[in-house]
Design a protein around this ligand. Structure first.
Ligand code: FE2
Length: 239
């Protein structure tokens, strides 16, 4: 007997929520929630999109083997937290406003997805079926698997995700592996290296506008170059 695998892919809570049903590696249905709600970029849980996928594939919720969410909420939460800490105490107000929302909406996303599936699709043991993949791996998979190539290099460039901003994956048959990635911190380091900050003299700083100095200060703090940060801070307070 041939094994039959049904995977429901989900995207939600950020922008353009969507669902996709993959049966034995073939896309049977894929649709955005906004097509049903008529709300542009609707980010709500994609109930209608899921039901459309199940109807098109003529399967019941019981026949879904895996539900896959497009990113890992814990990694994303870690990035948010570390970014705030790097810039503390600036941004404290926005930190206080964001964190309760993140704890409620993102950190407990697994529970939220399970509750939504139970409420709007069907009561199942969703927790044993629910998987989370990294944001850039999801992008790479969406490009590689439907492509006509047996082997391919896949480059993803995306401003947000968990930590990664750019990744290079190699796809081979049914395998896809991220080989290299650039995270948010190292990207900033590449663009504004310590060398550049260290060779910046007091005279150089005097020629900068206040806005440029504030930008340089952020970079120096990000690179943990506190000596340069102190110089820049002094220059800002002299203005
Ligand atoms: Fe993305």
């Amino acid at each position: 007997m041939t094994e039959s695998i049904n995977v429901l892919g989900l995207s939600a809570y950020y922008h353009d929520s969507a669902a996709c049903l993959v049966h034995n590696g073939n896309i049977i249905a894929a649709v955005q929630e906004e097509r049903f709600t008529r709300i542009k970029h609707d980010n709500s849980f994609p109930i209608s999109a899921i039901n459309y996928c199940l109807t098109t594939a003529t399967i019941s919720a019981k026949e879904i083997d895996y539900v896959v969410f497009y990113e890992k909420p814990f990694l994303k939460f870690e990035r948010l937290l570390e970014t705030y800490l790097a810039f503390a105490p600036s941004g404290f107000r926005s930190f206080c406003e964001s964190i309760p929302v993140w704890i409620r909406d993102k950190l407990f996303q697994k529970r939220g997805i399970i509750n939504s599936l139970n409420k709007s699709v069907s009561q199942e043991d969703w927790s044993s079926k629910l998987l989370f993949f990294e944001h850039h791996l999801s992008h790479a998979a969406s490009a590689f698997y439907p492509s006509p190539f047996e082997r391919a290099a896949v480059l993803t460039l995306d401003a947000v995700g968990e930590w990664t901003t750019t990744s290079l994956a190699i796809g081979n048959g049914n395998q896809l592996k991220i080989e290299k990635e650039i995270d948010e911190k190292s990207l900033l380091k590449e663009l504004f290296s310590d060398e550049k900050a260290e060779t910046t003299t007091i005279d150089d700083l005097k020629e900068k506008s206040k806005k440029e100095l504030e930008e340089l200060l952020k970079i120096a703090v990000q690179n943990e170059n506190y000596e340069s940060a102190a110089k820049i801070r002094d220059e800002i307070s002299n203005r």
